[in-house]
Design a protein around this ligand. Sequence first.
Ligand code: AHG
Ligand code: MN
Ligand code: MN
Length: 339
Amino acid sequence: MSDQPLQTLGEFIIDKQDDFQYSSGELSRLLSAIRLASKVVNREVNKAGIADIIGNIGRTNIQGETQQKLDVLANDIFIKALSQREVVCGIASEENDDFIEIKCGDNGHLSKYVVLMDPLDGSSNIDVNVSVGTIFSIYRRLTEPGSPVQLADFLQKGTEQVAAGYVVYGSSTMIVYTTGNGVNGFTLDPSLGTFYLSHPNMQYPENGKIYSINEGNYSKFPQGVKNYLKYCQMEEGDRPYTSRYIGSLVSDFHRNMIKGGIYIYPSYAKAPNGKLRLLYECNPMAFLAEQAGGKASDGFRRIMEIEPTELHQRAPFFAGSKEMVEKAEEFMRMDAVKD
Ligand code: AHG
Ligand code: MN
Ligand code: MN
């Protein structure tokens, strides 16, 4: 064991507060609220097998997908933690059709931040005891503090993110986040309920040997993706690569960031923009990928430069080790030229 003293997430947040000029501590309080909510969700996820909270509740969200009970519970927990602590002026969530306005203090709308989130990612994994996650993305509002929050405050390009991160409820529970100064990971000690800095300055290996994609959809993929997959499977040099797909973006991304790999959810005929949501899945993961020395694109463009037009907008997503993403983009471009 190392002699280094353990640093808790709470201590780390306060230490880093000075990185922000004119910081009022508001972002620190916001991150602390996320830390608290993630512990509560972690408790519920751990109980999923024994409590009567698994299974679907017979409702669908705006995308027409069946909501799991835990989706709704995680959504409520995060909204409550963020609104009661008055650390955001608005929240947009995968589970809510529209954004929610949060009134703070006597004058209302005082906070300068908005949060976008996927409260439970990979929720189809819940019933089978496989890792799930939470994804969050934080922006400074564009409209004047004190006035009601507007849709425009949420429809910002990923490059404008102030912070982003995820929680992975896995064999251990971790928070991984960035405020634009690298990526740091914290592991929960469940006996103490404390997150400790376990993965300082996380970096994607430049190259990797894992590709993660739902190959069941192969016949519907664009030709460029099909060609890239054939390249991954070819016996040459360090290939064939290994295929690993959990079906939870957070977990697939987390593994690939540590081991080196690429995650792809491409477009296909029936879904020209793929499946993943730009604002609360792709952008936060893209911010983390870039901060960890990796890359994230829609196959052609940098994800974080896409101009959003809708809250629940989707985008094709290629994220991972820089060299792997660049190779996949090369195949996409080659195919686009032929069309
Ligand atoms: P969510 O549970 O928030 O709806 O997200 C599921 C997403 C993502 O996490 C995962 O990688 C992908 O959907 C899996 O989709 P397929 O089942 O189509 O592969
Ligand atoms: Mn998701
Ligand atoms: Mn979700």
